[in-house]
Design a protein around this ligand. Structure first.
Ligand code: RFL
Ligand code: PHB
Length: 397
């Protein structure tokens, strides 16, 4: 088989890239290791920045997202037992975020993919990259016991942190930066009304907590837990009890509990690999970088990588210019490092770090107290949370 772009991975990055390329008339094939049901079963991100909403709109994904997504104009920071609102809209001159789950984004993209008639191969095993540093890259994979070959002009590595694409690049060609945090997030999804109409980020002496949601009837909650914990340590009852202890009295009182429909533990990591282009292999999304989820930036970064990558490939085919491809890494990485910094900072401000003692809690509380009472401090959080504009820091002629 031959195509213009082989996309490895059918997470949000791969599916969104496939859709943007298809809309521009660029033929592409998606290879995904898992089944479609498995991909939809992973419960992940919940908050979209305006920039990500704009890219999804451009891909034609706006209809259900705007109908069912919840516009949030602020969120609460809870520390020393009290909640304080960060008014995103006022502090950023009108910007908001959209609460619309990654599962729904993926579902919409899968439906559009099916309607596009472009090829997607799920349960593709042993995807292997060949000659990506030549003008004629190709990919092999196995499906139902048979080996297949796809020749292409480009390979897009959208296969997440554990994927094969980044791993195929010689170690000498890549620089990796990594910080692993000494705790994880235990997430619980339940069909209960959210405890509050906006998100609550909690700094408590017992550890971080987050009250989020997927809709007005579906809640998503997280607790900071030690990395040694497993799901066996956490019955639903234990989860709700611990969440209540980390909330303020009014929220603890208002919390509606119910059986979990999903529960999982995610490790937290900051990770960037540079560069993102190796000849005709281009990485996008979690394949190239990971942020701890505290700033809700992972999916949003994936969407902007994909926007830059789609624009660069379209420029290559339509204008016969490789300027976009040549500048791809640098353009993405500038935005990525900004989001990495914010996610690391917000994670550091909100979590208990083993061995740091009570003074660390006092420093955090003093910083939070400063941030919410200073217009400049609150604005710094708000403008990073809603996402910096695509042209932030770009010098104009
Ligand atoms: P994905 O979603 O990991 O998809 C990669 C796909 O590639 C497939 N794959 C392969 N396919 C073929 N061959 C191979 N060898 C392959 N190896 C892997 C995988 O099966 C998979 O389907 O990466 P992508 O598309 O770049 O998307 C990135 C986002 O998923 C991620 O950044 C976000 O989920 C991060 N994130 C959040 N981001 C936000 O913007 N806002 C949030 O509120 C937010 N909350 C979160 C999060 C991530 C979390 N976890 C569990 C990591 C909350 C959590 C708890
Ligand atoms: C989520 O709803 O899953 C979520 C929301 C905000 C975050 C992280 C995760 O910062």
């Amino acid at each position: 088989m031959r195509t213009q772009v082989v996309i490895v991975g059918a997470g949000p990055s791969g599916l969104l890239l496939g859709q943007l390329l298809h809309k521009a008339g660029i033929d592409n094939v998606i290879l995904e290791r898992q089944s479609a049901e498995y991909v939809l079963g992973r419960i992940r991100a919940g908050v979209l920045e305006q920039v990500a909403v704009d890219v999804l709109d451009e891909a034609g994904m706006g209809e259900r997202m705007h109908r069912e997504g919840l516009v949030h104009e602020g969120f609460d920071l809870l520390f020393q037992g009290q909640r304080h609102r960060i008014d995103l809209k006022r502090l950023t001159g009108g910007k908001t975020v959209l609460v619309y789950g990654q599962t729904e984004v993926t579902r919409d993209l899968m439906a559009a993919r099916a309607a596009s008639g472009q090829t997607s191969v799920y349960e593709a095993q042993h995807v292997t990259l060949h000659d990506h540093d030549s003008a004629h890259p190709w990919v092999s994979y196995e499906k139902d016991g048979q080996t297949h070959r796809i020749d292409a002009d480009f390979i897009a590595g959208c296969d997440g942190f554990h994927g094969v694409c980044r791993a195929s690049v010689p170690r000498s060609a890549i620089t990796e930066y990594e910080k692993v945090y000494p705790f994880g997030w235990l997430g619980l999804l339940a069909d209960t009304p959210p405890v509050h109409e906006e998100l609550i980020y909690v700094n408590s002496p017992r550890g971080f907590a987050l009250c989020s949601m997927r809709s007005r009837t579906r809640s998503r909650y997280y607790l900071q837990v030690p990395l040694s914990d497993t799901l066996d340590n956490w019955s639903d009852q234990a989860f709700w009890d611990e969440l209540r202890r980390r909330l303020d009295p009014a929220a603890a009182e208002a919390l509606v509990t119910g059986p979990s429909i999903e529960k999982s533990i995610a490790p937290l990591r900051s990770f960037v690999s540079e560069p993102m282009r190796f000849g005709r292999l281009l990485l996008a999304g979690d394949a190239a970088h990971i942020v701890p989820p505290t700033g809700a930036k992972g999916l949003n970064l994936a969407a902007t990588d994909v926007k830059y990558l789609a624009d660069a490939l379209i420029e290559h085919y339509q204008e016969r210019s490789d300027a976009g491809l040549d500048g791809y890494s640098q353009r993405c990485l500038r935005r990525i490092w900004r989001a990495e910094r914010f996610s690391w900072w917000f994670t550091s401000l909100m979590h208990r770090f083993p061995g740091e003692g009570e003074i660390a809690q006092k420093f955090q509380e003093a910083e939070l107290d400063y941030l919410i009472h200073s217009e400049a401090g609150a604005r710094t959080i708000a403008e990073n949370y809603v996402g910096l504009p695509l042209d932030f820091g770009v010098r104009r002629a």
